[in-house]
Design a protein around this ligand. Sequence first.
Ligand code: ZN
Length: 81
Amino acid sequence: MELLTQTPEIKAKAIHTLGDNHFYVKSTSESSHMYQVNLSKQCCDCLDWPWVWLCKHITAVAHFFGDLRLLKTEHTVPRET
Ligand SMILES: [Zn+2]
């Protein structure tokens, strides 16, 4: 649960709302790159996501726009899509 209590390193201004729980999150390392986050499915197209199914982009979006309690924190739970 440590992830959820950290201050997100991504600021609110780096997040662009697309509507319908879709967001663009500006990369912290490469400002020209945007990651697409789907908060309802809790997926992100960054490289970290396939490994942990929870990345800083999703955490940041949930922090500013969603409900952190909805985040899946059990990495062993199969995704329901
Ligand atoms: Zn990500």
